[in-house]
Design a protein around this ligand. Structure first.
Ligand code: FAD
Length: 705
């Protein structure tokens, strides 16, 4: 028993959308084959583990959410370890390895993991294994897979060290013998219990040919040449390799179809993080011309009959359904069209091997099949390798089976990245091109993530428009491609665009009263406050706003608020306000230029609420001798002296908002150049000043992608 307990390690995961949990579960599963036992818990279950007394190695898998925050499930934990009264040797007894998950498209990459890592170090904890930071932007697996491969040797060494410390050397050999012998061997590990080594069999090869032929016939393979791989076709060496495929995830969900009697749960029951409000859409305005590259819409919601409250700078979330046609198509492919209105009872499968299996919180215990596919599951999610692995078991055609195995295998990693991940392929795309694949509803519930509500920045002020909330979004368009025969719109923006289409049509040719409605369409929303992104508390402090494209949205709220304050407090002193805006074409996508019922930036400029407006157009041609600036960072550089004055002499604020992280990086670079030039200091010094501005919360970013 003593030896058994020495092979234990503590495995904690902090997950937002389920990825960290899924990775922890993979580690948990693999551990057994390495002679180890993972004691796995969600980091929020603080009554089930105790780091203060933990002697065994600890493995932490933690994701990042929002603007670099740890996931909600880690909040209590982070608060606890950030207690400033903890001594620097508080965790001196602790050995740990940490895997952070993030997306480099967002600000503060992997900050959830970094924050915990930094703090554990400050409190004296030791790494037994280097921290891994996995980037969802390029594929988590690029870091996750080798990190897990190397974990076992590091754990072995950590356990050995621990035993030596405890003077129990005699037990070490037993542990060592059940673990891989050398570092290089670890990477080569192929354990029969979890990794199936598949040889390419004649039957499989024939199947591949048959499959390719079939798909060529129905015109789904983009490549004209047989030597080119595609979603459904592989070429050597992948097509001829023995494959290392992941272990089959244990089934854990059971569904029972019932009658059609009853009512579906209210949408608010799907949201645990905040109170939801159902509010009418009262206006819809298209802010871009028909020939603009992207369509931007402004929607106004009536929140007057609700307790919903917000400040300019806040965001909020929209609960959105999946596309109705896609739900119908999925029902059809699953052979469940007839049962769409049947109530489904979802339970954990008796005797499942999945550790800690529970019904996902976002799936009601009882609701109709259509409700689950419409409101609960992200059916557009890019299928993870574990899902592909499970789909292999529901595929009857040998060639299709083989290709699915390839796509989830180590050998097919780059095909997975190219044909699934980078092509934004979803379940429906797969089911179309692998027609013999017929997954069950329970499998979809096990593998599809929660349909997330989408966040939007508020584009109004409750002072200026009491009882109203506005927001602006680009309708996301995915063009058709080799892996996807049909073009699509974003889940939420596509749905909203369709929902408000009648409002937009009825408003054609009327400029000032666009999109008025008798408010029949309602949407469900809940708050997502951003306490950092606020107007300066002191109105006399100047501020600079940089918001290209839809990034202008929160600044309209700021300006509305400021205008109202100026009207209400004529004796107050107000600081300068600068707005740097950029778009592609002056005539097509210059948002808020015209008088869109209440709000126009030119009006703000005219009445002095906005003191400086700087605009640039990246795609307009110019006949001027000196080419005009194209991007906001170019215009900032032209205003270097003023920007430096506002930031350094007048202790002003600087705000950036937009949908591209690289824009925010380019703007930061420009600011470093400006500071360095105006202070006659080197870049390092300027970077320190910028870091200080960030620290003082005078340089604020609200960037999404
Ligand atoms: P989805 O169906 O979720 O599709 C978007 C996904 O598809 C992305 O994951 C992207 O990687 C991928 N994708 C995008 N384009 C393509 C393409 N051409 N081909 C293939 N794949 C592609 N958005 C706004 O418009 N206005 C705002 O004010 C705003 N504020 C936000 C504030 C916060 C705090 C956050 C986190 C996000 C904000 N967003 C805002 C983004 C918004 O939440 C949504 O992500 C966006 O509207 C797209 O949602 P969707 O459901 O329509 O798209």
């Amino acid at each position: 028993m003593c030896c058994e307990s020495k092979k234990r390690f503590l495995l904690l995961y902090a997950t937002q959308k389920g990825q960290a949990k899924a990775i922890a579960e993979e580690i948990w599963q693999q551990a057994g084959a390495h002679g180890l036992e993972a004691d796995m818990h969600c980091i929020s279950e603080m009554d089930k583990y105790n780091l203060e007394t933990e002697k065994d190695p600890v493995v932490i898998v933690i994701s990042t959410t929002g603007t670099g925050d740890p996931p909600d499930t880690a909040r209590k934990f982070v608060k606890k370890i950030q207690d400033k009264t903890l001594p620097p040797d508080h965790f001196a007894h602790l050995q740990y390895g940490l895997l952070g998950l993030g997306d480099s498209e967002y600000m503060f990459f992997c900050n959830g993991g970094r924050t915990v890592d930094r703090r554990l170090q400050e409190l004296g904890a030791q790494h037994f294994y280097d921290t891994g930071l996995a980037d969802d932007c390029v594929g988590l697996e690029l870091v996750v897979d080798p990190w897990i491969d190397g974990l076992w040797l590091a754990l072995k060494e950590a356990l050995q060290l621990q035993k030596e410390k405890e003077g129990m050397n005699s037990a070490v050999d037993a542990v060592s013998s059940s673990l891989s012998p050398a570092p290089h061997a670890v990477l080569e590990l192929k354990l029969s219990s979890e990794v199936q080594n598949l040889k390419l069999e004649d039957e499989g090869a024939r199947g591949s040919d048959v499959l390719s032929q079939k798909l060529d016939d129905i015109n789904l393979v983009a490549s004209a040449r047989d030597t080119e791989p595609s979603l459904v076709r592989s070429v050597p060496p992948v097509s001829q390799s023995a494959l290392n495929i992941p272990a089959l995830p244990p089934e854990y969900i059971e569904v029972q179809f019932q009658d059609t009697q009853g009512e579906n749960p209210h949408l608010s029951s799907l949201i645990s993080e905040a109170t939801t409000f159902e509010v009418p859409v009262t206006k819809a305005v298209q802010l871009t011309r028909e020939d603009a590259i992207k369509t931007a819409l402004l929607l106004e919601l009536d929140i007057s009959d609700t307790a919903f409250d917000y400040q300019p700078g806040d965001a909020f979330c929209v609960i959105c359904p999946n596309n109705v046609n896609e739900v119908e198509e999925l029902l059809h492919i699953l052979g469940l069209s007839e049962k769409r209105d049947d109530f489904v009872c979802v339970k954990v499968k008796q005797g499942t091997k999945k550790k800690g299996a529970s019904r996902p919180q976002y799936i009601p215990e009882r609701s109709t099949l259509k409700f689950i596919l419409t409101w609960c599951l992200e059916i557009r999610a890019i299928p993870k390798k574990a899902f592909l692995r499970a789909l292999v078991e529901c595929t009857s055609d040998a060639g299709e089976k083989r290709r699915l195995q390839e796509l989830c295998s180590r050998q097919g990693a780059s095909d997975y990245t190219r044909f699934i991940r980078d092509s934004n392929v979803c379940l429906l795309d797969l089911l179309r091109v692998f027609p013999s694949c017929r997954p069950s509803l329970s499998l979809l519930i096990e593998h599809l993530p929660k349909l997330q509500a989408r966040s939007y920045s508020v584009s109004s002020s409750n002072l200026y428009q009491p009882g109203r909330l506005c927001f602006v979004f680009n309708v996301v368009e995915f063009p058709a491609g080799p892996s996807r025969p049909v073009s699509r719109r974003g889940v939420c923006t596509g749905w909203l665009a369709e929902l408000v289409a009648p409002l937009l049509h009825s408003s054609k040719n009327t400029l000032d009263t666009k999109g008025e409605s008798s408010a029949t369409e309602k949407i469900s929303i809940f708050p997502r406050p951003n306490n950092a992104f606020r107007l300066p508390a002191d109105p006399s402090v100047p501020f600079i706003m940089v918001g290209p494209g839809t990034g202008i949205s929160p600044f309209i709220g700021f300006l509305q608020h400021r205008q109202k304050l100026r009207e209400q407090h004529t004796d107050w002193e107000f600081g300068e306000t600068w707005l740097f805006f950029g778009c592609r074409h002056q005539d097509r996508d210059y948002l808020f230029k015209q008088v869109h019922y209440l709000t126009s930036i030119l009006c703000f400029l005219e009445n002095g609420t906005l003191t400086h407006l700087k605009v640039c157009f990246s795609r307009d041609s110019s006949t001027a001798e000196v080419a005009p600036p194209k991007y906001v960072q170019d215009v900032l550089r032209l205003c270097a002296k003023e920007v430096a004055r506002v930031l350094l002499k007048e202790r002003g604020y600087f705000y950036i908002c937009g949908d591209k992280k690289h824009m925010a990086d380019d703007v930061s670079d420009a600011i470093v150049d400006i500071l360095s030039m105006e202070m006659e200091a080197d870049r390092l010094e300027a970077m320190k000043i910028l870091a200080m501005l960030r620290e003082a919360k005078r340089y604020l970013q609200d960037v999404w992608s």
